[in-house]
Design a protein around this ligand. Structure first.
Ligand SMILES: [Zn+2]
Length: 136
């Protein structure tokens, strides 16, 4: 790899991954065995390039986009933040859940059917004052 190609690889490390950077098997949807195969094929030591997709590994991110997508789909985890733009394109990939307030979570939990009606919720006690704020 000559200096010009190395410069191009460095520029690639700065851009956000697109659908073209993902393994075509991921875009078509695949099972756990195929996901493991993708992870093995896209494994590369840090500070080098993925031998399969030529993505620089070890600079900004430790794995190439295909390996990160395959791992998060296999482990049923949300995709890392740098791959959020691919969530809608890759089947099985999902974004992290949006945090909700405790009141919203309680409303959902209280609406679930149960043997008894849920007792009314009480507001949480006020936060304790900062250290040294207690008076005798
Ligand atoms: Zn790769």
């Amino acid at each position: 790899m000559n200096r010009r190609q190395l410069t191009q690889v460095g520029a690639d490390a700065m851009r956000a991954p697109t659908v073209a950077d993902a393994d075509p098997r991921l875009l078509a949807g695949c099972g756990r065995i195929e996901l493991g195969r993708i992870m093995a094929e896209h494994d590369a030591p840090a500070g080098s390039w993925c031998q399969r997709c030529r993505w620089p590994v070890g600079g900004v991110h430790r794995v190439c986009p295909s390996r990160a997508l395959a791992r998060s789909i296999r482990d049923r985890r949300p995709v890392p933040g740098w791959l959020l733009q691919l969530v809608d394109e890759v089947p099985g990939a999902r974004a992290p859940a949006v945090p909700v307030s405790p009141q919203q979570r309680w409303a959902v939990e209280d609406a679930l059917p149960g043997l008894f009606d849920a007792p009314p919720r009480q507001d949480p006690p006020p936060a304790r004052p900062a250290q040294g704020g207690w008076s005798r």
